[in-house]
Ligand binder design. Structure first.
Ligand code: NAD
Ligand code: ZN
Length: 1616
């Protein structure tokens, strides 16, 4: 049989489509119809082995059989979208042009593109430009390529700026579609292609009717979408069979599959023929693609094109619905069809979220990608709008406003108060579910045709229709007439047939109950029974026993195939129940009763139904059924003599021509409430007092009482509200008969108050509302509170204190809906009267009962609204540093340091610290041991938990709480703590080495003694502590001197976990940054050389895989060991830490087969300990990547990939896949390849360039190996470096930071700059030696020299020079220099002296034309603080300081002591007026107190702990001053007297007292001698030179030099 052909662009046989074309058919056809001497087949490596060798054979055979001299060349490229690149195109072209080829390719050669859309698009483009265009042939192998990309001649490649931006129209000479290729196509790719198939079907009718109005064509196309709907299960079952060449996969769907592909091909070919260059009609093929591309731009490559288009189609259909051109029913049909084919229909789809690593696509991002759509008209977006299935609104894309797109895309909606006064709206809410289901059953069982209107579209009604259809009970079709949409049901009068396939009703309870009796009516077919089944929840959880029992008793044969009394049911086809007397227990469900009632007329004998088990539940629904049966022509007689008994005659239902389903009365409460609250009028035309729905009484029972005018007829309700703000409260109302409407009543009550000022409404009888979609009573309490309305929920109801609507607040963060449609709709009613409106989040949740609610609000009620992306807003909020002022909890063993840590944390974050144990003791007025003695451990724990709970409620802000050590012993407390951190709080586990804790506790007898079995207590609690906390911190055992380091470490930790320490931002500002890898097995052992190793780096990498626990050297390090190592590292450097694990496969030491749980928990440990950076290898399974990236908090992820086996190349796009994946998870991306030649570095440079132009994420990209060193030099951002002092390099080719800097200097990338010392006399200065040494060791090419002068004017030339790097300034220029500088730092301003000039080449000077911006600073005071703290100065509260002297240096000294926290600060000098003037020039909070030697006795109130002497030492000290000091401070007398005044314990000095001498010469001054004599520690002035020089160097270069080295260069002796 000849294969099927389809014409395109007036070429009859251009497209061939069938099975079995590949091989000889294509070989022969090519040679005959596209003759050439050379065919070049290009494919990807996936397809080559599968298909090419056999084709070569067939081709050669065909060629030789016709004696053609044709040759077939083949070439392969890597698979995947990254191959659609300029580089791959160039590679293919270069290969085609390569000179060795004989004969060369020429303009007659033919390219064969074998593959998916990637190959087709790219090779098509090669063909279009090769030698100005050669012929090519499309041989699509993916479904997407078959139905879409191979047809139409669009060819393209991707560029960094976007997909398909470069390309050409170039028509293939032939397209061969061999359906057999689909045998091997992976399932996900198959489904991906189905999205395009569905898309084509959805626009097909309009598309085909443009030039061909013939009915035949129209009808066949219309059938197509329905065929897709009908065949979904069968087709999906086949596609899910695993792919295999010549496998059985397609056997069952062969014919259908061909029809599907053929149908799509026909439409596409037709459209392309009508509009080759996409002027209008061809737009239609872009349905779903405008928004789809917006999504794809963000989620590619993790989510495929078709998957994004599927979501795009739904959203574009919703847009059409929103614009009023498409029905909600059509949207539902499209959504369902896509879902049935396994395609996602929403960005929230679990699969999409999983595949994209939970990436959030903000509305702004989607819109910005959409802005580059080729269809757009300038800034206006154009989108294909559907007007029905198969039908398009215009013959081309329509311009749509951004506002509308935004509203549809946004997960939340802002409702604005905008209902016009006097508005009068008629509104028909969706049909009632109960009535819809009954109407379907009755119309299907009746004779004749019935148009059912206002039917509810939901899963329940869909499965009901499906089952009735399957049993041929009736036929169904939808239609529209002047009255609107309807479902036409043609009933068979009760004739139906047993179903041969299972009747699957998902979880639809009503359908299950009604169908259980309907099925008995069936006639046997090939099968004498039907099987009624549902999903697992239905089959296991929802009993139907009473009904089955009653039917069995009546002679029906029903078998429960699963659990007794549950579905699946095997129901014999009996053409009706036996009838007669039937007894049914109706205490469980009224639907059992309705089920029997509705089929009873077709029973073999008239039925008398007796309900047992007392009064039936929900009598109203039974009445509803009998009333409806009457509408379909059957009168049920309720017995007047017997209770709960019904007589049903034998009869045939007759369909009324029309049946309008009454609107759902609960839904109707919302439009009516809108009128009530706004003082307007609303009519619901089809719910009246005749309704049997309980909620139909809402208008009369609630609204009327609140002051509305209510007019209810039998079938309609009209409500007019009192003028806005005049609703009245109802003191008490029982809503038991209309529980679902309580939410509506509550929002009205929220603004109800009467003239007496009483404003509380109490609603009762709604106990069931605690357990609906959410706890609705609690939900309303919470959400109304956000409006500023107080409610009190209780067991059976809720009380609401109404306020004036003008006082309603705008809910902070929007109204949360708990995925509950009623919460959303009721709050949106309230929002229409709130002065600032309100954002309702999760707007989609109304879909459960009223998908069109927002459109009704907008279109019928004229409510103004905007789309809002709340998730995005709150995300950007959380990106800001800080945790707000939420309280923090500390847990941990007693003695672990919670109190110290807590106090420090409180100081750092300006919170107040509370020790909960002390608090407890205070409140209970007894000690904890007493408490335990009196009420036992249990009583103590009870009080402990009470206080914990109370703080969570009452002091949720501004506090740091230290919990008692045993708090985690209480399960309830554990839960409270866990909930707390899960909701965004901080619970920090404070840890200390357990031995240290025990040692500490031995001393503390004031607490219950459990020291003895301390260790077992620790063991027991350990895992609880971890479980209850989200962070952990090691408090260092803090001997006095290392307190400074410990508090610094804590500051680092708190800064990191609260996001205040912005390590990444800081590093990003540097032109060259580095991190050093610690390649050591034990950090403690490395602590000697650590300070040296980290110099010049901006971060330090802890290579966890290289750590070796001496206790267990051959295993991967344990969590506890790593935790200790990390704590040691944190304790010894303040640099940010990069935490890295590498397996052997990734070039590290961690075993490749180590359990993944260990890897995951090691990563989690790093997050818990607040590392700044975590290196996450993207080769680890996605589950780990996701876990870590969701839990990361403020830690930044370096997503890395190492190609240690060198299979990737920077040039051909093969890195893209890894780069893209890394982008998904990383705040920083790190890619490490291997260089085997210098070329590789140039390619890397190109790669980096294009990456940089597309993504803001910083990139670390280097090549390993000696050949790769250049790439390290060029990397610039966080380059990994080694250090000569380290045992070995982390990777081959690694350089030190200094080496890289000198290389950069050689390249000219770091320019040599000149630095100076300005002043006089300066010949003896140590500064040149110091700075030149530092420049040298850090690899910088700069020089530092002396420039001696006393005149600032002499400096002008230097200051304006481009090579001026900066300067130190000393006397006499410290003040004179100021006018020549562009800016002065605040400290230098207050001190009144500049000692450092910093030049910024990136900013031009405002003072010197052409010069650099110069800043003056003062580092003298920083140097002073540094040396004082190094000497152990650690001022605690109320320690005073002393400055001796009143000159320029004294100002810096005052500044330094104040910065360190000394208060008050005494200033002692010879001249009282001078000192007084000095003191008064400082702000008051410096608490300066002037001392004068003549004024005795002393006025000092506290002992100075630190003193700085600023008087010259080359002359003797002024005798009065000396005398004063000797007497009051340093001398023996002074000591005694001082102690008396101070009142310290036992007359002993407990504070370390330190004197800093600012004079350099002599090495030991008189002042120092005097102080040392009084027991003070003294520091020589040269130390400050080193200190200020250190800060100067750091300010100039961004490098923190090794402090010891600076001291040494100044000639200071090494400290021991
Ligand atoms: N030109 C157009 O009009 C047009 C239209 C739609 C899409 N496109 C383009 O098409 C591209 C997507 O094409 P795609 O979805 O076909 O993806 P694809 O070409 O990347 O192929 C998908 C994967 O399936 C493999 N594969 C292909 N056929 C196979 C088979 N028969 N058996 C086993 N494996 C097989 C491939 O090797 C590849 O890994 C995108 O670049 C898109 O822009 C172009
Ligand atoms: Zn597409």
């Amino acid at each position: 049989m000849e294969p099927t052909v389809v014409p395109i662009l007036r070429k009859e046989n251009a497209i061939t489509i069938d099975y079995n074309l590949w091989g000889s058919y294509i070989g022969q056809d090519l040679l005959k119809n596209v003759p050439s001497s050379t065919y070049v087949l290009i494919t990807d490596t996936n397809l080559y082995d599968l298909y090419v060798p056999s084709f070569e054979k067939a081709f050669n055979h065909a060629a030789s059989s016709i004696k053609a001299e044709s040759r077939l060349l083949t070439y392969t490229i890597p698979p995947g979208e990254t191959s659609k690149s300029r580089t791959t195109k160039a590679e293919v072209e270069d290969w085609m042009l390569s000179e060795e080829r004989d004969p060369p390719l020429d303009t007659k050669s033919v390219l064969l593109a074998l593959g998916g859309g990637v190959i087709g698009d790219m090779i098509g483009f090669v063909a279009a430009t090769f030698k100005r265009g050669i012929r090519f042939v499309q041989i699509p192998t993916t479904l997407l390529a078959m139905v879409d990309s191979s047809i139409g001649g669009k060819t393209a490649i991707d560029t960094p700026a976007g997909k398909n931006l470069i390309g050409a129209f170039w028509q293939p000479s032939k397209i061969y579609i061999d359906l057999n290729f689909l045998n091997t196509l992976p399932t996900r790719e198959f489904i991906n292609g189905l999205a395009e198939v569905i898309k084509t079907a959805v626009i097909s009718t309009t598309a085909m009717s443009k030039t061909n109005e013939s009915k035949g064509e129209y009808e066949t196309m219309k059938y197509k979408f329905e065929a897709l709907e009908a065949n979904a299960n069968e087709i999906m079952a086949a596609i899910k069979i695993s792919p295999e060449a010549n496998g059985p996969r397609l056997s069952t769907i062969k014919a259908k599959l061909k029809d599907i592909v053929l149908g799509s091909v026909q439409v596409k070919a037709h459209v392309v023929s009508a509009d080759e260059r996409e002027g209008g009609l061809r737009n239609l093929l872009n349905f779903g693609h405008s928004i789809g591309h917006g999504i794809e731009g963000l989620l590619t490559p993790d989510v495929l094109h078709g998957e994004c288009v599927a979501i795009g189609m739904v959203l574009e259909a919703e847009l059409a619905l929103h614009l009023g051109v498409l029905s909600g029913q059509a949207v539902a049909r499209l959504r369902k069809c896509l879902a049935n084919y396994g395609l996602p229909t929403s960005l929230k789809d679990a699969v999409v979220r999983e595949r994209s690593g939970h990436k959030h696509c903000s509305v702004d991002q989607i819109l910005s990608v959409m802005a580059v759509d080729k269809k757009n008209q300038g800034k206006k977006k154009r989108i294909v709008l559907l007007r029905g299935i198969g039908l398009v609104h215009e013959q081309q894309a329509t311009v749509v406003a951004d506002r509308d797109i935004r509203l549809v895309l946004s997960p939340s909606v802002r409702i604005l108060p905008s209902i016009p006064d006097g508005s009068k709206v008629s509104c028909t809410p969706p049909g009632s579910k109960s009535i819809s289901n009954r109407a379907l059953v009755l119309a299907a069982l009746a004779k004749g045709k019935c148009r059912i209107r206002n039917l509810l579209h939901s899963v329940d009604t869909e499965v009901m229709i499906g089952a009735l259809k399957t049993m041929k009970c009736a036929s169904f079709s939808s239609g529209t007439d002047s009255e609107g949409n309807y479902l036409l049901v043609t009933g068979n009068g009760g004739n139906l047939q047993a179903s041969e396939t299972d009747l699957y009703i998902e979880n639809a309870g009503t359908a299950a109950r009604f169908l259980a009796t309907v099925t008995i009516l069936a006639k046997p077919t090939s099968q004498a029974y039907s099987i009624l089944t549902g999903n697992r929840r239905m089959n296991e959880g929802r009993p139907i026993k009473d009904l089955v029992d009653a039917l069995r008793a009546n002679g029906s044969s029903i078998e429960c195939l699963g659990k007794d009394g549950h579905l699946p049911l095997k129901i014999a086809a009996a053409e009706g129940m036996d009838g007669g007397d039937i007894e049914l227990d109706a205490s469980f469900s009224s639907q059992y009763v309705s089920s029997i009632l509705m089929t009873a007329p077709y029973a073999k004998k008239p039925v008398t139904l007796r309900l047992t088990g007392g009064p039936p539940i929900s009598q109203l629904y039974i009445d509803m059924t009998t009333a409806m049966m009457r509408s379909f022509g059957v009168d049920v007689i309720k017995s007047t003599t017997e209770e709960h008994t019904y007589h049903i005659p034998q009869a045939t239902y007759q369909n009324p021509p029309d049946y309008e389903v009454e609107s759902d009365a609960s839904s109707a409460t919302y439009p009516l409430a809108l009128a009530a609250i706004n003082g307007t009028t609303c009519i619901v035309p089809n719910v009246g007092y005749g309704s049997l729905q309980g909620d139909a009484q809402f208008a009369v029972k609630v609204l009327k009482q609140m002051g509305c005018t209510v007019n209810q007829t039998k079938s309609s309700t009209t409500v007019t509200g009192p003028p806005k703000g005049n609703l009245k409260p109802i003191a008490s109302i029982d809503m038991e008969t209309m529980t679902d409407a309580f939410l509506t009543a509550s929002v009205l009550a929220a603004v109800a108050h009467d003239s007496t000022g009483k404003s509380t409404t109490k609603i009762t009888g709604i106990k069931n509302q605690h357990k609906k979609e959410c706890d609705r009573i609690e939900a309303m309490e919470k959400e109304l509170a956000k409006f500023g309305v107080t409610c009190r929920g209780f067991e059976d109801g809720i009380e609401i204190d109404g306020i004036n609507p003008d006082e309603l607040r705008e809910p902070d963060g929007g109204v949360h809906c708990y995925d509950d449609h009623r919460v959303a709709m009721s709050n949106s009613v309230l929002a229409t009267v709130a002065p600032h409106g309100a954002v309702i989040t999760e707007k989609e949740c109304v879909g459960k009962t009223w998908p069109g609610w927002w459109d009704t609000l907008r279109l019928s009620f004229n409510v103004a609204m905007q789309g809002v992306d709340v998730e995005n807003q709150s995300k950007s909020k959380s990106r800001q540093p800080g945790i707000g002022n939420k309280s923090i909890y500390l847990i941990g063993m007693r003695g672990a340091g919670k109190t110290t840590t807590g106090q420090w944390v409180a100081d750092l974050l300006y919170l107040s610290f509370v020790d909960l144990d002390s608090q407890l003791e205070m409140e209970a007025k007894q000690t904890i041991p007493e408490m335990i003695k009196e009420s036992g451990w249990e009583g103590f724990r009870r009080q402990e938990i009470a206080i914990l709970k109370r703080t969570m409620m009452e002091e949720s802000k501004d506090h740091v709480f230290a919990c008692g050590g045993g708090i985690v012993e209480i399960p309830e407390a554990r839960k409270i703590l866990i909930d707390f951190y899960k909701s965004g709080g901080l619970v920090i586990l404070v840890q200390r080495n357990i031995e240290d804790v025990m040692a500490y506790l031995q001393l503390d007898k004031s607490r219950p003694a459990y020291v003895d079995d301390m260790r077992s207590v620790w063991e027991r609690r350990k895992s609880w502590y971890v479980e209850c906390s989200n962070y952990q911190h090691y408090s260092q055992k803090a001997p006095k001197d290392s307190l400074a380091q410990a508090s610094k470490d804590l500051e680092r930790f708190i800064g990191t976990i609260t996001g205040k320490r912005r390590a990444l931002e800081k590093i990003k500002t540097k032109a060259h940054s580095f991190f050093v890898s610690l390649t050591v097995p034990d950090i403690a052992a490395a602590s000697d050389f650590l300070p040296e190793v980290v110099v010049g780096s901006d971060a330090v990498e802890l290579r966890v895989d290289l750590l070796e626990d001496p206790q267990n050297p051959n295993a991967p390090p344990s969590i506890e060991y790593v935790a200790k190592q990390l704590a040691i590292l944190h304790g010894s450097t303040s640099l940010p830490v990069i935490y890295t694990i590498r397996t052997q496969g990734q070039g590290g030491k961690f075993p490749d087969n180590a359990p993944l749980e260990l890897v995951a928990s090691l990563y989690m440990l790093a997050l818990r300990m607040g590392v700044e950076f975590l290196d996450l290898e993207i080769q680890f399974p996605d589950s780990i990547l996701r876990q870590i990236s969701t839990a990361k908090g403020h830690t930044k992820i370096i997503a890395s990939h190492h190609d240690s086996t060198n299979i990737l190349s920077w040039e051909n796009g093969s890195w893209m896949k890894f780069y893209n994946k890394a982008l998904l998870y990383g705040d920083i991306v790190k890619l490490v390849g291997v260089a085997t030649s210098q070329e590789d570095n140039l390619q890397l440079l190109q790669f980096r360039k294009s990456a940089k132009s597309n993504h803001e994420t910083p990139l670390i990209a280097i090549n390993m190996g000696l050949d790769g060193q250049l790439s390290r030099i060029q990397n610039a951002f966080l380059t990994p470096v080694s250090h000569p002092a380290l045992p070995f390099k982390a990777a081959p080719g690694q350089l030190s930071a200094a080496e890289i800097r000198s290389a950069l200097a050689l390249h000219g990338a770091i320019k040599p700059m000149q630095y100076y010392l300005f002043g006089s006399p300066i010949a003896q200065s140590k500064s040149p030696a110091m700075h030149n040494t530092l420049f040298k060791v850090t690899g910088l090419p700069h020089t530092y020299s002396l420039f001696e002068t006393s005149k600032a004017a002499d400096l002008d030339q230097i200051l304006q020079s481009a090579s001026f790097g900066g300067a130190s300034v000393t006397i006499p220029l410290k003040l004179d220099i100021v006018p020549r500088l562009d800016s002065i730092s605040d400290d230098a301003k207050l001190i009144g002296a500049v000692n450092t000039i910093i030049a910024d080449p990136s900013t031009p000077s405002s003072k010197n034309q052409g010069g650099q911006h110069l800043t003056g600073r003062n580092t003298d005071w920083q140097g002073m603080t540094r040396v004082l703290s190094n000497a152990g100065a650690q001022p605690s509260a109320q320690q005073s300081g002393l400055v001796i002297g009143g000159g320029g240096t004294a100002r810096a000294a005052i500044y330094a002591l104040h910065a360190m926290g000394y208060t008050p600060i005494y200033v002692l000098g010879r001249s009282k007026p001078k000192i007084q003037e000095l003191a008064s020039s400082f702000p008051e909070d410096y608490s300066l107190e002037v001392l004068h030697p003549a004024e005795q006795p002393l006025k000092m109130t506290s002992v100075p702990a630190a003193a700085i002497s600023t008087i010259p030492a080359d002359k003797p000290i002024d005798p009065a001053v000396k005398n004063f000091l000797d007497h009051w401070l340093f001398g023996v007398n002074g000591g005694d007297l001082r102690m008396e005044r101070d009142g310290s314990r036992d007359g002993k000095v407990t504070v370390k007292q330190i004197l800093l001498e600012m004079a350099y010469k002599p090495a030991v001054t008189d002042m120092m001698e005097m102080a040392a004599g009084g027991g003070w520690t003294t520091i020589p002035g040269l130390e400050v030179l080193a200190g200020q020089g250190w800060y100067q160097f750091e300010a100039w270069t961004g490098i923190e030099p090794l402090y010891e080295m600076v001291r040494e260069a100044c000639g200071l002796k090494k400290l021991t």
